[in-house]
Design a protein around this ligand. Structure first.
Ligand code: FE2
Length: 225
């Protein structure tokens, strides 16, 4: 999206990111707090009406040489897969609605649930480095949006390129260009390996989070713990 298509506090934030080029998490947080993003400015960019086969709405608002900004839209039941953030060195999510959130410890091909929480609206959460693994979504009954910013100075272009997505239901560790869709459409999959190691409690909790999406696409048959 062209910067000229953005208005209000979202545009001001992106102009500040371009001007100040924050080098890490603390600097990024200061820029975001100062921008005081207004919920209505972000709502104008929503994609709640996204393709129902995609598990959330993902819209790139701006991609600089080292920093990218995305507006994510979460209709009820929308959820990400369990994912990392590729080559991102730092990043932040601004929650404008109460989101279901899971953090995971990942070592190689082994996954374990580390924290289950609801992140309150108005919270800014650091979500990187590249070895930060999580899943998030809307387990409530009203749509909301989140604003995501990722940075990588060790590379140019999308900071989340090379993100690993753990598709527990099909035993695939998928590499993507940054997307973390459930039931990953083939065009977003760069490569994959098999052989995920996961304990039963982690699998059951994850399946409970993602079941509304699989129900929507008629594939709950894949979710047998
Ligand atoms: Fe993420």
């Amino acid at each position: 999206m062209e910067l000229s298509g953005l208005t209000g506090t979202v545009r001001s934030l992106i102009e500040a990111l371009e001007r100040e080029a924050p080098q890490g998490q603390a600097e990024l947080l200061r820029v975001v707090e100062r921008a005081a993003v207004d919920e209505r400015d972000l709502q104008a960019l929503h994609t709640f009406d996204h393709d129902p086969n995609l598990s959330y709405g993902r819209r790139c608002l701006w991609q600089g040489p080292h920093i990218g900004v995305y507006a994510m839209s979460w209709a009820p039941g929308d959820f990400t897969a369990l994912h990392g953030h590729g080559r991102a060195e730092f990043g932040l999510v601004l929650f404008l609605g109460a989101a279901a959130h899971r953090r995971y410890d990942v070592r190689g091909n082994e996954v374990r649930l580390a924290a289950a929480e609801t992140v309150p609206a108005g919270t800014a959460v650091g979500v990187c480095t590249g070895d930060f693994y999580h899943a998030m979504g809307n387990s409530g009954d009203r749509p909301f949006m989140t604003l995501h910013i990722y940075g990588a100075y060790g590379a140019t272009g999308c900071a989340n390129d090379g993100a690993r997505v753990f598709e527990l239901e099909t035993d695939r560790i998928t590499v993507t260009g940054g997307s973390a869709y459930l039931h990953m459409p083939a065009q977003y999959r760069k490569s994959y390996a098999t052989g995920i190691r996961v304990d039963l409690d982690t699998r059951r909790d994850y399946y409970a989070c993602i079941r509304p999406f699989f129900d929507r696409i008629g594939r709950t048959d894949l979710l047998n713990a």
